[in-house]
Design a protein around this ligand. Sequence first.
Ligand code: GLC
Ligand code: CA
Length: 567
Amino acid sequence: MTSTVNPDLESAVDAPAAALAATMEDPNWWRQASVYQIYPRSFADSNGDGIGDLKGITSRIPYLKSLGVDAVWLSPFYPSALADGGYDVDDYRDVDPKLGTLADFDEMIAALHEARIKLIADIVPNHTSNLHEWFQEALASPKGSAARDRYIFRDGLGPDGSRPPSDWDSVFGGPAWERTEDGQWYMHIFAREQPDLNWDNREVRDDFLKTLRFWSDRGVDGFRVDVAHALTKDLTEPLPSKAELGPQGGNNLGEHPFWDRDEVHEVFAEWRTVFNEYTPPRTAVAEAWVHADRRARYASPDGLGQAFNFDLLKADWNPRQFREIITKNLVEATSSGASSTWVFSNHDVVRHATRYGLPPVGADSDDGQDGGAWLMSGGTEPELDRALGERRARAVSQLMLALPGSAYLYQGEELGLHEVADIAEEDRQDPTFFRNRGVDVGRDGCRVPLPWTRDGESFGFGFGGAHLPQPAWFGDYAVEVQEADPSSHLGFYRRALELRRELQGEEDFEWVDEPSADVLHFTRPGGWHSVTNFGPATVDLPAGTVLLSSSPLEDGRLPGDTTAWLV
Ligand code: GLC
Ligand code: CA
């Protein structure tokens, strides 16, 4: 774990250029924010029950502040039986008692705001949990009832209706339909505990508007919208078969029965009117695994305003791919009026320190839909080159932090944490694992509770164990260990985030051509240069003062797998 920071050069940065030290009222705060994703159950546990909680988050705000992020995005913290890590919500307007209370929430958000950190809440509109009172009511109500109309119930096929209404698969494996006691079937794109809502139902729409206001009134600054591209559906019968639909998602341009239909934007236009009732307007970012050409619709200022772009996360270690992706996304963001988003890790994919330490997976699929599933398959530990993975992860993270737009970071990436591969079957939690036995290990490996101390009970995560087992090597990556070493992965992230705040100006960007095709070099306003060497050979750096490099320079030259910033 080594990076270099030039300690004498703090003053080389023009402090007034910190134009982005946005006030809490700045309506554009999100455009170039660094956003740190917290998976609440695995961040910090305050009461020793092995599950991270809101008080745990509040206790770690000094850490978030020292890391230097602008906002925190909380994965779902609502009451949930955890059939899908909290993305199965029982009640949208409460806090899971396992995680705390609404009072704890208020305390947490006040403390975050005091630290000038914004809060983005995850909202899950495509499906409720099967324990949601609406679904329980639907099950208890007859076929054709108003209670059933909030969901997607259909009769089955065949003389006795015993075959599902279509042969569609759920994203987590297995059929997308589940039969109920009275013989009807309900649709679930994800786990069977996640029945899909019917977004043609006005009551469903109104209830979400109420939820958006509920959290906005409590001070939530923005929303991350789960599976934003699946809400509206065209389920006109007869339903097409899997074969007629083509590969999951396909290269679909709005004609699929449930992925990325145009009508979904009517829903988000309504949400926008609610967001704009607040000062500053609440923000939103769509999780939409859609064809790149259709992403801008989600990012429209009349809709959610921003959309995740997972292109870099799916890219190979290849400067040409990086360059194309960056160029394309910046053009796209400009055209939609949004700013770009960048992300290498989240709670659904293999951690990027591990991804870059594994041999290439092979051809990437470009259909914009199943990339998530592709990445969810865990890498296998034996082939992992940890040091290489961490080195490359630092290099690309530094590159990302120099790009215009918002950078989304996932808890633990600042520690260079790796995916945990060795989780026993009885400890696994992710439905992906159970529904695809032997094929897909699921996403538990990136959700293991964070190590805060080198030793001790659950490495300082709490005092009563950890809900997913932590491997012995976690201690080496602990916050405590890295805080003592400015050249650590954490020390590097802190410095990079600090410099980003100081250097970040207008969203302009320009490529600078380099003699080596392995090198990506761009400039930002104020003479800020970012240079990344993807190749093996050490190369010359342009003239200027080096502020930070992701790995040590060699006689002032840039070695392979390294990024440097210069002014
Ligand atoms: C999103 C979430 C993922 C969840 C799924 C279903 O993709 O990021 O964690 O399993 O939606 O809600
Ligand atoms: Ca707890």
